[in-house]
Design a protein around this ligand. Structure first.
Ligand code: GLU
Length: 412
């Protein structure tokens, strides 16, 4: 993927929503411009004493509906344009799910696999300190994304708190439970993907019990989606990680037990397949839950799934999307399908603000109700407006941000 294309795709989706909502050229100008864009240099002292410089970013795309919100990505391909695109998607995602947030994204262009634990901690803390002036529980609340997890959030929370002089748990979400994290946050994105999958199957009048699923990606999103779907009675026929796919395992639990001991997916009875073969399996549901751009003009024509549920952010290129639509594949778009993560992040922030913590059931029930409301709104508007589900989701999200802009007016 070129640097322009993530942003180009996001902008062309926005352009389309603006046209479909009959918004003005002025509104296009406002909504297509990120509010704050920060690039920082992040020096890292390696364990061997060498100092290396990394590029870090934080983009606050919108603060109109509340503080900005979004993850921090550690990946070698992180760059400013992609961060702006992902921060824009967070804006529509938070508006679509009616969370009182704008949208943000951040990251460092680094491969976390090349860092020792101590290096990862130093890099995370220095990045936090560089973006410190613009984050905070009322300003911008980071969270995990690709390549980061709860340990990074613990270091970010600590760095911010040490500088503030007191403990500020609400500055990040996705923290360990003992530091003010929320029950259910770890599995939240996958749980939301599972809810979207179940509802999409029901929409297509396919019984979820025994429906077949292939999942590309077996990380924070794919793994938990697989667990939740298996618990709902669906059959996960294949999963993949960076080394490729496997099929033939007895259950996700068996596969995971094997993975924990052997650090590979080659459980007894499994057979290997390429990532491409996995995408083209004859299943009811395909869940791309890895990185961007896995469904393209090249891979889309051979996709046989009836439903695609986007666990990852931006896994489908516009060309891939058009091919799936022509084939009649129902695509549940990323800003709806993977919104479970930021929804439970919102619960975590609310709990931190109140210093009152919910039990796991309360989290699950509230996640289900917010996801179901957003799902029904998209389903209804796609069906009645004769637009794709992605268009319907963008129209709802963009429309709410535009409305908030109108009501707040322009200062001065
Ligand atoms: N990184 C996740 C996303 O893309 C979660 C963001 C959050 O919890 O703020 O939605």
């Amino acid at each position: 993927m070129t640097t322009e294309s993530a942003l180009d795709t996001a902008l062309s989706q926005l352009r389309r929503a603006i046209e479909q909502l009959s918004l003005s050229e002025n509104e296009w100008q406002t909504l297509s411009t990120p509010r704050r864009v920060l690039e920082v240099a992040v020096p890292l002292r390696r364990d061997n004493g060498n100092v290396e410089m990394y590029k870090g970013f934080r983009v606050q795309y919108s603060t109109t509906r509340g503080p900005s919100k979004g993850g921090v990505r550690f990946h070698p391909e992180v760059n400013m344009e992609e961060t702006i695109a992902l921060a824009m998607l967070m804006t529509w995602k938070c508006a679509l799910t009616n969370l009182p947030y704008g949208g943000a994204k951040g990251g460092i262009a680094v491969d976390p696999a090349t860092l020792s634990l101590a290096e990862n901690e130093r890099l995370t803390r220095r990045y936090t300190s560089e973006i410190l002036p613009i984050i905070g529980p009322e300003r911008d609340i980071p969270a995990p994304d690709v390549g980061t997890d709860e340990k990074n959030m613990a270091w970010m929370m600590d760095t911010y708190s040490v500088n503030a002089g007191f403990s500020v748990p609400g500055v990040v979400t996705g923290k360990p439970i003992v530091l003010g994290g929320s029950l259910g946050r770890t599995s939240a994105t996958g749980d939301g993907v599972a809810i979207s999958t179940r509802e999409a199957l029901l929409h297509r009048k396919i019984n979820p019990l025994g429906a077949t699923v292939a999942i590309q990606g077996f990380g924070k999103v794919g793994y938990w989606a697989a667990v939740a779907l298996e618990n709902m009675g669906l059959k996960i026929v294949a999963v993949s990680d960076v080394h490729g796919g496997v099929t033939g395992f007895a259950s996700i639990k068996d596969l995971w037990d094997h993975f924990l001991v052997n650090n590979n997916l080659d459980a007894p009875g499994t057979e290997r397949m390429t990532n491409e073969e996995l995408l083209h399996l004859d299943v009811d549901v395909l869940i791309p839950a890895a990185l961007a751009d896995s469904i393209t003009e090249k891979s889309a024509p051979k996709i046989r799934a009836k439903i695609v549920v986007e666990g990852a952010n931006a896994p489908t290129t516009p060309e891939g999307d058009a091919i799936l639509n022509d084939k009649g594949v129902l695509v549940v778009p990323d800003i709806l399908a993977n919104s479970g993560g930021v929804i439970v992040s919102y619960f975590e922030w609310v709990q931190d603000k109140q210093n009152y913590f919910w039990d796991a059931d309360e989290v699950k029930v509230n996640l289900n109700s917010i996801m179901m409301r957003a799902f029904k709104e998209v389903e209804e508007s796609a069906t009645s407006g004769k637009v794709t589900w992605r268009e319907a989701a963008h129209m709802l999200g963009v429309g709410r941000v535009a409305q908030a802009h109108r009501l707040r007016g322009l200062y001065p």
